[in-house]
Design a protein around this ligand. Structure first.
Ligand SMILES: [Zn+2]
Length: 460
């Protein structure tokens, strides 16, 4: 790739960007929340709108498809658009999702309506403006910039795959891959659903944490009893649960469950002051854990108690609670087998049952972590494309959250190189109030993806 071509592509992206921004704004106006409590007609509408955008881009084969979820109900509509690869040329699968998180309380947004896109300075605010309708626009923008499907003689096949239920845990994803394996098969998979390091510095996401969750039930009495008659000789289930919960972390706040994997420290660190601000940590509250902040967030396990069934304060009476149930969420370090983590959690709970209380562990969801395999040709091509687009080399970042479907992609397409790229930056507030995308960065994301497709077409 000569600098001249890069400059020409950059100019082309700039020229196309106002129309791309308008397309992004139109998508943000569709409240495509995939959570079950919301009207799924909007998810169908966003599938239809993205299908139309891909048709208008000239892709010859565009379909709306779905697959059944494990419970037998139909999955949300996904859009698949293809430009078949010329003979012997590689195919790239471009993934994003067209569903969004619920908006939350509109009063917590600074804009008038989470689904009315609002530009303030260089940022466009709105639910889905970043996560992940910006991903859709990144793919669309790269195709338009290169004049695909016909304008350019680029020997690369392209399949755009826009999922409709990522924010609901991708329940039909595996069935979808199995049902449409031939349609989706690719040499390189670009998942444009992550974050860049900061405004001005791109990133390749090379690790994601996995997740297991489950419930621990603790029982101490057959039934509730009077706290005056038996208190002093019998501890209540909430007190005993508190003692059990307290064993999950050591004094420093690191997870204290034996046998869990910790991955090596990341190459970049997360500024403590930024973490305090981003997380809204209150003054005087100490950070938990040891080692780098980024390591605590990306490469070590993390455990949270995310729910507990106890008597509410309003309904409290002077009785000793016979039982208590807590829901535990354990984020897994890259390299951790979820089944082994679940077994470690079950063993920990059994071993640390306080005062001989009866404890039962009920396993819940499990999602595998992701660790990019070293340094592949596709990763080198992506890094070179990012460097040209930003004028700055990208950093490798981890993400503390999980994208469980990546493990499905790796299982179904073990030969494919997976690149997890960013459309967000640390101010994007995906899932929260005041979600936004930085428009200058989005232009660079589009350019980088166009450059990446060019490099893949030229041969990895
Ligand atoms: Zn997303």
């Amino acid at each position: 790739m000569t600098t001249e071509t890069t400059a020409a592509l950059r100019a082309r992206v700039a020229e196309l960007f106002p129309a791309l921004q308008a397309d992004l704004e139109a998508l943000v106006r569709i409240p495509s929340v995939s959570a079950a409590a919301f009207d799924q007609a909007h998810v169908a509408a966003s599938a239809a709108a993205t299908e139309q955008l891909l048709r208008d881009a000239g892709l010859p084969d565009v379909q709306i498809l779905s697959a059944p979820r494990p419970d037998g109900t139909p999955g949300a509509p996904a859009v698949v658009a293809r430009r078949p690869a010329p003979e012997g040329a590689p195919t790239v699968l471009l993934y994003a999702h067209h569903d969004v998180q619920p908006p939350g309380d509109p009063a917590t947004w600074d804009t008038t309506d989470p689904f009315e896109p609002t530009q303030v300075g260089e940022r466009l605010f709105g639910r889905g403006a970043a996560d992940d309708k910006a991903g859709i626009v990144a793919h669309l923008g790269a195709l338009r910039t290169l004049g695909l499907p016909d304008g350019a003689d680029l020997p690369v096949g392209v399949t755009v795959f826009l999922e409709g239920e990522e924010e609901s845990g991708s329940p039909s994803f595996r069935a979808f891959l199995d049902a449409h394996r031939d349609l989706l098969a690719a040499d390189v998979i670009v998942v444009a659903d992550s974050t860049n390091w900061k405004v001005g510095v791109p990133a390749l996401t090379t690790s994601l944490r996995g997740l297991v969750d489950g419930e621990v039930e603790l029982r101490v009495l057959e039934h509730a009893v009077h706290s005056g008659m038996f208190g002093g000789a019998v501890l209540d289930a909430v007190t005993l649960m508190s003692r059990l919960v307290a064993t999950f972390h050591d004094e420093a706040g690191d997870v204290a469950i034996e046998g869990l994997v910790t991955a090596p420290e990341p190459e970049v660190d997360y500024d403590e002051a930024a973490l305090r601000a981003d997380s809204s940590l209150l003054d005087g509250v100490a950070l938990a854990g040891t080692g780098t902040v980024s390591g605590r967030l990306w490469t070590k396990p993390a455990l949270s108690v995310i729910g507990m069934d106890v008597t509410s304060v309003a309904e409290a009476s002077n009785t000793i609670a016979p039982s208590c149930t807590a829901k535990i969420s354990l984020r897994l370090a890259p390299g951790q087998d979820p089944a082994a983590a679940d077994a470690a959690l079950a063993a920990h709970v059994a071993k640390h049952a306080p005062f001989g209380a009866q404890v039962t562990w009920r396993s819940g969801e499990a999602g595998k972590p992701f660790l990019a395999p070293g340094d592949t040709a596709a990763m080198r091509a992506a890094r070179a494309a990012f460097t040209e687009a930003w004028g700055t080399a990208p950093v490798d970042v981890g993400v503390g959250g999980s994208i469980p479907f990546i493990a499905d992609l790796l299982e179904v397409f073990p030969e494919a190189a997976i690149l997890v790229t960013g459309v967000e930056d640390p101010d994007s507030r995906a899932h929260g109030a005041n979600e936004s995308v930085h428009l200058g960065e989005l232009q660079k994301v589009v350019l980088a993806e166009a450059l990446l497709l060019t490099k893949i077409a030229e041969g990895l």
